[in-house]
Design a protein. Structure first.
Length: 65
């Protein structure tokens, strides 16, 4: 299971028991999009080879308060 915790500077990730951080700049570079326009599904695709994409994708801009 993969968990993502978004904040304004990036994402804290727990993937297969390993915790790490994806910085905002890295996500923007990988997706060629503004951080706030990236979806949670796109971040999961960066993290996992075959992510379990359940539900509708949500933009980071909609996730953050």
């Amino acid at each position: 299971m993969t968990t993502l915790a978004f904040d304004d500077d990036g994402v804290d990730v727990v993937y297969e028991g390993t915790e790490f951080r994806l910085e905002r700049e890295l996500i923007e570079e990988a997706t060629q999009k503004s951080y706030y326009d990236v979806t949670d599904h796109e971040v999961l695709k960066i993290v996992a080879d075959q992510p379990d994409l359940k539900g509708e994708p949500r933009r980071v801009g909609d996730i953050l308060p």
